[in-house]
Write a protein that binds this ligand. Structure first.
Ligand SMILES: [Zn+2]
Length: 615
């Protein structure tokens, strides 16, 4: 959420890190039934809308995904309640014992906004952390996570006073949005009986201090304040307000959702006119999820068009990784700025926040349209950005920007507990709800991740288990288990790049068409097997049409990054002939030597590039 060019360096207040985050946690539950078989939301009644699975209905068996979940969760569980409550208490004048978390989370009455450093957004991530803990409870059934949610909500409730949203707070709407998210997730996933009452008190207290409508970034709405008070994000809050309404918090949340819709942004988008130039990247992609909720809650076709067109316009200015918004800015179509950022910036994509917004938007769009290209987009972003992020650390170190500069590297943000420390635990919890969807007639497999989805269909208890080394192997195997034979559809996403794909059901192989969901409808029996083959060829993607010789190398869904300090001259043919030299490594032979190519998930501290100039 920060403006760029934050120059100051964070001094770590605490040096202790969680050396082995995974060992702190009880093993994630692998049992058949999650703690919550969550009732579907009212939007699921829309005809044709794909439903999400409950968090507890999908188990993942992928080291990278589960490691990220366990690490982020361990960090949240270790945070002291007093430290988490400290800025709330300080800002309303209550006794505030305990250690500072520091970084952006800290409240500093003498904060100098020019530093963008410690004190930037006090307590802003609290609601997201409560949300992530609630989602982890829905996944694992961890009583410790549940107790932490309940306890934090009650402690927070004691601090709700107007002063928190007043002049001390640069981001009242941003904080309110996250608090709403935490409370409605506490209600839905943890069953906190107090959640809606605390939400009411929060809303009653916050509203007098919020603008009356969506106010765009950079616009002053509080007289007598400096420019740092114009960075709030009231144009993103409708999504969570509509969700609060759908989950039963009351009709006022529907009305508030309407009140904060940013139609100044959506109206031109709905007519296909680009309206992205100069807008803050993460928050405006996130705002498209509010447009999707306007469609799902109100039936507004205009807002669906705005979200679809907005997605297309963002995709057109995306990097090969799926990331977007260099220097946190969206651009006009055909802008040279995306290309220029390869030399001019190391702040290429705000990865945890950006991927969180991207996954939400594409999940909505996929559920509404059944169009597999939104799944392709989720997959690309997952494997090439967030899954390769450095782990969140207990002292607030957070991976913020992916770096697509010709001299790129993976580094932590210089700021402790920035915005991305709030979204990363939510992203890590959500992989399972991105992977599978369902409707009355069957299941949709959207992401290929070793995992199992469980559901009930015509009173049959069914599970679908996928095993693979995808994306490092072209073969994905599925096994159906069912308590009795049952007829339903299994829909498998065939990515746009997967020409020559094929599917075998119990050994009988047939061709599958790229850019589609292949529909397998039959009477499924226990032990039925599906073998999916997704051929992966190397291909090149240019940074933009005007710079056709600046290309990224892809194979299947993954980008291969040259890991080198100096780029040797290479040709298209040499790049396309990249040779596999290990389970997750490739090599390109050039006239001046070999260059190692790695996927983002396999890059450590080496210098790398994303794009190459070919001759
Ligand atoms: Zn962020």
């Amino acid at each position: 959420m920060s403006p760029l060019h934050a120059l100051s360096r964070r001094k770590f207040l605490q040096s202790a890190t969680l050396a082995s985050a995974a060992s702190v946690l009880p093993a994630l539950r692998k049992s058949a039934l999650g703690p919550t078989s969550v009732p579907v939301e009212s939007d699921s009644l829309k005809p044709g809308l794909l439903e999400e699975f409950g968090y507890g209905d999908v188990t993942l068996d992928s080291f990278l995904h589960e490691q990220q979940l366990q690490q982020t969760h361990a960090v949240l569980m270790e945070l002291s309640e007093d430290s988490l409550l400290k800025p709330f208490r300080q800002m309303v004048g209550q006794p505030a014992p305990g250690k500072e978390l520091g970084g952006w989370y800290k409240y500093d009455p003498k904060y100098d906004w020019h530093t963008f450093d410690a004190g930037f957004a006090p307590s802003a991530t609290f609601g997201q952390w409560v949300s992530a803990l609630a989602r982890v409870y829905a996944i694992t059934g961890s009583q410790a996570a549940r107790q932490k949610v309940l306890h934090l909500n009650r402690l927070y409730a004691q601090t709700i006073e107007g002063e928190f949203y007043g002049i001390k707070n640069r981001f009242p709407a941003y904080c309110y949005d996250k608090l709403v998210c935490g409370l409605i997730d506490s209600h839905k996933y943890v069953g906190d009986p107090e959640a809606f009452a605390i939400l009411e008190k929060t809303t009653n207290t916050a509203l007098p201090y919020l603008p009356k409508t969506a106010v765009e970034h950079g616009r002053s709405w509080r007289p007598g304040t400096d420019e740092s008070y114009t960075w709030d994000e009231s144009y993103t809050i409708s999504e969570n307000l509509f969700l609060a309404y759908q989950r039963g918090a009351g009709d006022r949340y529907r009305a508030l959702g309407i009140q904060y819709l940013d139609n100044e942004y959506y109206d031109p988008l709905s007519e296909g006119k680009s309206n992205l130039e100069g807008r803050h990247a993460y928050s405006h992609v996130n705002s498209l999820s509010s447009a999707m909720q306007a469609y799902l809650t109100l039936g507004s076709e205009k807002h669906l068009r705005a979200a679809k067109n907005g997605f297309d316009m963002v995709a057109a200015q995306s990097f090969a990784t799926g990331g977007w918004g260099a220097d946190e800015m969206l651009r006009a179509p055909g802008s040279p700025e995306v290309y220029n950022s390869l030399t001019g910036s190391h702040s290429s994509f705000e990865t945890p926040c950006g991927s969180y917004a991207h996954f939400k938007l594409t999940r909505y769009l996929l559920r509404v349209t059944h169009d597999p290209r939104y799944g392709d987009s989720m997959e690309r972003m997952m494997y090439n950005t967030i899954l390769g992020a450095k782990p969140l650390e207990g002292d607030g170190r957070t991976f913020y920007y992916s770096d697509y500069n010709f001299k790129g590297s993976k580094v932590y943000s210089p700021h402790g507990w920035p915005c991305c420390s709030g979204t990363m635990p939510q992203v890590a919890a959500d992989y399972r709800i991105n992977a599978y969807f369902r409707d009355a007639r069957g299941v949709y497999v959207n992401l290929y991740i070793p995992s199992t989805a469980r559901w009930t269909q015509d009173r049959a208890q069914i599970s679908l288990t996928q095993k693979s080394e995808y994306p490092f192997n072209t073969h994905v195997q599925f096994e159906v288990k069912t308590s009795k034979a049952a007829e339903f559809g299994v829909n498998l996403r065939i990515p746009a790049w997967a020409e020559g794909a094929s599917i075998a059901v119990n050994g009988k192989r047939e061709a599958a068409i790229a850019s589609s969901f292949t529909h397998l409808q039959r009477q499924w029996k226990n032990g039925d097997r599906i073998d999916l083959e997704l051929p992966m060829k190397t291909r090149l993607e240019a940074i933009d049409p005007k710079h056709a010789d600046t290309v990224a190398l892809l194979i299947g869904p993954i980008v291969l990054f040259p890991v080198t300090d100096s780029q040797p001259a290479m040709t298209r043919a040499q790049l396309l002939a990249a040779k596999r030299i290990g389970a997750q490594s490739w090599q390109v032979e050039t006239s001046s030597g070999a260059v190692k190519m790695l996927p983002f998930t396999a890059i450590g501290d080496e210098q790398y590039s994303t794009y190459m100039k070919v001759t």
